[in-house]
Write a protein that binds this ligand. Structure first.
Ligand code: NAP
Length: 522
């Protein structure tokens, strides 16, 4: 069994105790163990602050972008190996693994291109300067500088490569050193990705460190210049963001958490390309990565008179899903990643059934194709329906992190749809399918403020839309309220998380001189 290592203080650390065991979720075979025992987390932070930070800040955006370009290239070069590891450690089919790994290399490539555009400067100048007094003798200009701390990244189990890469891309580009901590259960894939980068020697000393296993007292040591970026469950987020030292130092904390994302079918859509698009997207969002995506569709709003038809169409697509070991070529959906996720999904569907009825699937574990009988965390797709959409309580509160969604009939009005969607308490994304701009306008006016992203499906976008679940680097990823309140990606917005904005005030001549060479960001 492989022992996963951490990469800290310029070397690989192998623990001698306190191991958690990682298993292949299709066979339950033990494949690796991980522990961070023995790491001196104070030294990890010092190493990043004293070595990685200064080295990155001495580089220009263009130079930092070169590092991201190399990181992206290495992920592409080792894609097959990482896909194989992902199948073993996270149970992904090839397309699902590629969503993670190619998503990671694509995001790094995107930010390296942004860096090239920013050029040979080290700070960002934001917007136009403004005259403050009678003349230009007193002037102000906003600038952004890298924070002199450490970016600590705590990631969820479902995106071991993308999660690491999308956060690291933004922090490194901003000029902050990274300490990345993948979820232990799927750390094997991240460990290898980091190992590939370390072996290639593309990063300055201290710019990237990896913790496999627990964070020990790392988070207790964070201070005012550090950033904690967390992705995971709302419960863990609450316990992390309320730590005394983080509150006392006002450490910047960015949270990406649960989300009860909705897909809404507009009343005008009775067939054609938009309806096909809606069905295709919703089906993908239920089954991709076995529903273990923060952006997966959990609630499906359909005009009441069309609910039976949509239920039938989705059920027949879900019935064709082959759940099993991705090593079997016939399999189209892999297992859940861990025994704990399986247990939670079974319990979650039982809870949803308090407000909804099962219309497809059982909500129980099943044997998987190509896997030993009785082994594997297989959980075939589940479709539920709650006819009293407004009073469906738990459907608007409980995220079941698996291939599970609920049909919620509504009266076809934009106001009703917006009101029902908002019951989710803050979403990463809501997708809306309609060709009626008037109806969409009313929906947006009522529903937008509870969303991080609104994905509009119509006849035109049907041909090229990526699917509502794809978090792409050009567009904001994050959402208000229950979704964590965080903001990642979205072009340079994601980089600014790691920078300090300040207003530079003085005479225009001096301010302009100091800001000279800095890149305009808007
Ligand atoms: P989780 O149990 O909250 O764990 C997330 C991360 O936090 C893991 O790395 C975990 O490490 C770490 N962690 C847990 N307790 C900690 C503590 N006391 N101190 C420091 N680190 C701690 O979530 P998960 O089960 O991995 O992920 C599933 C959840 O993530 C779902 O609810 C999903 O919606 C959400 N998610 C959100 C997004 C988004 O972008 N909004 C993306 C993906 C997933 P260990 O593994 O070592 O415990």
């Amino acid at each position: 069994m492989k022992t996963l290592r951490s990469y800290v203080c310029g070397g690989w650390h192998e623990a001698g105790s306190g191991f958690a065991t990682l298993v292949d979720p299709s066979t339950e075979e033990e494949i690796a163990r991980a522990s961070s025992a023995g790491i001196d987390f104070g030294a990890v932070l010092d190493y990043a602050r004293e070595r990685g930070g200064p080295a990155l800040r001495a580089m220009t955006f263009a130079q930092r972008g070169q590092i991201l370009k190399e990181m992206s290239r290495l992920l592409r070069e080792h894609r097959d190996e990482l896909l194989e590891l992902s199948a073993r450690n996270t149970g992904t089919t090839k397309p699902d693994g590629s969503f993670d790994i190619d998503g990671g290399s694509g995001t790094l490539a995107f930010y390296s291109a942004q860096a090239k555009r920013l050029g040979d400067v080290r700070f960002l100048v934001e917007g136009d300067g403004v005259q403050l007094a009678k003349t230009e003798a007193f002037w102000a200009q906003h600038v952004l500088v890298p924070r002199h701390g450490v970016a600590v990244h705590v990631n969820a189990f479902n995106f071991p490569v993308w999660g690491f890469a999308e956060k690291a891309a933004c922090a490194l580009l901003a000029g902050m050193p990274v300490v990345t901590k993948p979820a232990t259960a799927t750390a094997m894939v991240t460990e290898r990705a980091v190992e590939i980068m370390v072996e290639a020697g593309i990063l300055p000393d201290g710019a990237l460190q990896l913790i496999t296993g627990s964070t020990g007292d790392l988070l207790d040591r964070l201070g005012p210049q550090d950033i904690l970026a967390f992705t995971g469950s709302a419960d863990t987020a609450r316990s992390l963001r309320t730590r005394d030292n983080l509150l006392a130092a006002c450490t910047r904390v960015n949270v990406e958490a649960d989300s009860l994302n909705a897909a809404v079918l507009g009343p005008d859509v009775t067939g054609g390309a938009t309806l096909d698009f809606f069905l295709r997207d919703v089906f993908r969002e239920i089954t991709q990565k076995a529903g273990q995506k923060c952006t997966a569709v959990r609630r499906i709003l359909v005009p009441a008179e069309r609910a039976d038809e949509v239920q039938e169409a989705l059920s027949s697509r879900l019935a064709a899903v082959v759940t099993g070991n991705p090593a079997d070529g016939a399999v189209t959906m892999g297992p859940l990643a861990t025994a704990q996720q399986l247990e939670d999904a079974v319990r979650g569907v039982a809870e949803l059934r308090r407000s909804a009825r099962l219309v497809h699937g059982t909500g129980e574990r099943a044997d998987g194709a190509g896997a030993p009988e009785g082994k594997g965390f297989f959980f075939p797709p589940v479709l539920l329906r709650a006819d009293d959409s407004r009073n469906a309580g738990v459907i608007h509160e409980r995220e079941v992190f698996g291939p599970v969604a609920t049909i919620l009939p509504y009266d076809g009005g934009a106001a009703a749809a917006a009101e029902i969607v908002a019951q989710g308490g803050g979403m990463l994304v809501t997708s809306v399918y309609s060709d009626d701009a008037g109806w969409l306008g009313e929906f947006l006016a009522r529903a937008s403020s509870s969303q991080g992203r609104i994905y509009l499906g119509n006849q035109e976008s049907a041909a090229e839309g990526f699917g509502s679940g794809a978090a792409i680097p050009q567009a904001l990823h994050g959402g208000p309220g229950r979704a964590g309140g965080g903001e990642e990606l979205g072009g340079l917005n994601g980089v600014k998380l790691y920078m300090q904005r300040l207003a530079l005030q003085g005479s225009r001549a001096l301010v302009d001189e100091l800001a000279a060479g800095m890149e305009k960001t808007s």
